[in-house]
Ligand binder design. Structure first.
Ligand code: SF4
Length: 310
């Protein structure tokens, strides 16, 4: 089959619009969509120092590659990659290797932060400690990991003087998060999923997700055709994630309805416009322990610290 734009052989047919794409035009379309997402949601400004969370997995590897290509248009902007070492034995080491490989390949500044250094425990230790009291852990490993990763990523972004923190969440991730908040009836979190980065507290770096309209299958394809190596093995704790069940539902339904995730994400955009946005900035307080942003008296990180000290 020929490419829809030229006479070259097609490599990929997009299931939702049947566009056939050769190598060159596939790359162009990927870049175009990321640019469009950045512009549409005003994610970046000229001169921004852009921190990107780089795990060494497919999503962040592809996003770093694309952002590095389009960065030239954001004059005087700078990219800095941040890798978080959660301390997951026989897993994180490979991700760190690929993160360093790609940051070095592109000449991007790269910093590595760890749970162990910033929090005093690595994830394996936390899970062991919380599960060693003869009772079941309150939450799945991913919940503790998520709390600390958000905290350490934000801290790293502040320390490298970033204006914005980019994460590589893709279309399915975003649809999953929206569905999870709906399932939990968490309207406050749903309202906070605003795609335009905003400063909601002085201790929080505004965040953006330029891949929020890019399907996972295209990210995998991008890595394959551009020979970008990435970590493929799954985290040993991933099986504990409740998200997994929602993800499974999404992938099954998507086979019959290729527009499913677009519809969920677009629906969320429309909802944000029509819904009286929850005034998250007014609800934010400073944590009594560390001063970071929180909606309660303690931030989640200090809550976890206290839990481990009991
Ligand atoms: Fe952390 Fe869960 Fe991701 Fe593993 S799968 S890195 S525990 S969030």
């Amino acid at each position: 089959m020929k490419c829809s734009f030229c006479d070259n052989q097609s490599l990929y047919v997009r299931p939702y619009d049947k566009l056939s794409l050769c190598h060159k035009h596939f790359n162009e379309q990927m870049q175009k969509r990321v640019r469009k997402t950045i512009t549409r949601y005003k994610m970046l400004r000229r001169g921004d120092r852009i921190a990107i969370g780089l795990s060494g997995g497919k999503d962040s590897t592809a996003l770093l590659d694309i952002l590095h290509k389009i960065e030239k248009d954001f004059q005087e902007s700078e990219l800095v990659a941040i890798t978080i070492d959660e301390g997951i034995k026989n897993y994180r080491e490979e991700g760190l290797h690929y993160a360093k490989l790609h940051a070095d390949r592109l000449g991007v500044e790269h910093v590595v932060y760890s749970f162990e250094k910033d929090f005093g425990y690595d994830l394996d230790e936390i899970i062991e400690k919380l599960g060693s009291r003869g009772k079941k852990r309150e939450l799945g490993a991913c919940s503790y990991c998520g709390i600390l990763r958000r905290n350490v990523l934000n801290k790293a972004a502040l320390e490298v003087n970033a204006d914005v923190l980019i994460t590589a969440h893709n279309l399915e991730d975003e649809a999953e998060t929206i569905l999870l908040n709906i399932i939990r009836g968490d309207i406050t979190r749903l309202a906070r999923l605003n795609p335009t980065p905003r400063k909601i507290h002085e201790t929080l770096i505004p965040r953006a997700k330029p891949f929020r309209a890019t399907p996972q299958a295209e990210i995998v394809m991008y890595c394959i055709i551009n020979e970008l190596e990435y970590q493929e093995i799954q985290c040993p704790y991933a099986v504990e994630a409740y998200r997994g069940e929602v993800r499974e539902f999404i992938f099954k339904t998507q086979e019959k309805q290729p527009m499913l995730c677009y519809n969920i994400v677009r629906g969320q955009d429309k909802l944000l416009v029509s819904m009286k946005e929850t005034k998250t900035s007014k609800k934010m307080k400073n944590c009594e322990e560390c001063g970071n942003a929180t909606t309660g008296n303690l931030c989640k990180t200090c809550w976890l610290k206290q839990l481990l000290e009991v």
